[in-house]
Design a protein around this ligand. Structure first.
Ligand code: C2E
Ligand code: CA
Ligand code: CA
Ligand code: CA
Length: 278
């Protein structure tokens, strides 16, 4: 009886049982999604405040589910991270982004592609070699790629994560701190990391022109980043007013719906050919 109350709990709790079954079927579906090419990469272009020879974009994964339709990443990435399946998704995203970047370059389009890594990816020491092999296979130069990581990615196991970051950086790609301001990074902490870009989280950017405190944070973050030699991108730029203010504050790049929503590869090509921003 006592055993049943503890270890046996899951078996007798239909709600819990249902949840496990749902998780198992989501994992099965996610495997099918990767193997059956149900995932697709969208690309969101950034505005460069100082004119630039290349266009920087961020690759964002989408799942086009055969029955449920468009599934946003927040509905499966956290789950994939918990189950460890993120590893397969990351490799898929890397491969696609590298292939697409090389294709654009061959077509004369100078695109720089950023993509997202998860904390768990940094605990896999094989990742840098796998990334290097993909670059070679597709004829993509490492300097055309930026890997975005969140501050917290390094906190789980700093030594291991930093070692992976050093080896990723050694391939010649750029590294970027994503969602800056939401974690606990200090100046001294950032200096230990081989990063070249800092992305200010959209929660600070969205109220930039209405909350003086947020403007102070954005302004000092830009100054701090520049003093460390980092490029600064602001995320979540939804209005012209915010874009203009960021330019005045010396920000380097702006990403957000005001510039463009994320679009598929064909959509990005059309944007490059027709948008006044491009
Ligand atoms: P993130 O890396 O911070 O990506 C930016 C998110 O903000 C994207 O959401 C983008 O569509 C959204 N966004 C862009 N501009 C604006 C704006 O002006 N206003 C607002 N409100 N939102 C804007 P998305 O594509 O739904 O991705 C959400 C998160 O999912 C990403 O946040 C990232 O953490 C994760 N994610 C997306 N793709 C991947 C991937 O390939 N691998 C991994 N590991 N995570 C990914
Ligand atoms: Ca990102
Ligand atoms: Ca972000
Ligand atoms: Ca985010």
């Amino acid at each position: 009886k006592a055993k049943q109350a503890h270890a046996g709990h899951a078996i007798y709790d239909p709600a819990h049982h249902g949840r496990n079954a749902a998780r198992l079927s989501l994992l099965t579906e996610l495997r099918q999604a990767v193997e059956g090419d149900e995932l697709v990469l969208y690309y969101q272009p950034k505005h460069a405040f100082r004119s630039s020879a290349m266009l920087s974009v961020e690759a964002l994964v989408r799942w086009v589910h055969p029955k449920r339709g468009f599934v946003p990443p927040m509905e499966f990435i956290p789950f994939a991270e918990q189950t460890g399946y993120i590893r397969a998704i990351t490799l898929w995203v890397l491969e696609r982004a590298v292939r697409q970047c090389a294709e654009w370059r061959r077509a004369g389009r100078a695109v720089h592609v950023g993509l997202n890594l998860s904390a768990r990816d940094l605990l896999h020491p094989e990742l840098p070699d796998q990334f290097r092999a993909m670059l070679e296979h597709h004829g993509c130069e490492a300097r055309w790629i930026t890997l975005e990581i969140t501050e917290s990615a390094v906190l789980d196991d700093p030594r291991k994560a930093l070692a992976t970051l050093e080896r990723l950086h050694a391939t010649g790609c750029q590294l970027s701190i994503d969602d800056y301001g939401t974690g606990y990074s200090s100046l001294s902490y950032l200096r230990q990391m081989p990063v070249q870009e800092l992305k200010i989280d959209r929660s600070f950017v969205m109220n930039l022109t209405t909350r003086p405190g947020d403007e102070l944070i954005v302004r000092s973050t830009i100054e701090l980043a520049h003093s460390l030699g980092l490029v600064v991108t602001a995320e979540g730029v939804e209005t012209e007013e915010i874009l203009v203010r960021l330019g005045e504050l010396g920000c380097d790049l702006a990403q957000g719906y005001f510039v463009s929503r994320p679009v598929d590869a064909a959509g990005l090509e059309a944007w490059m050919d027709h948008s006044p921003w491009a």
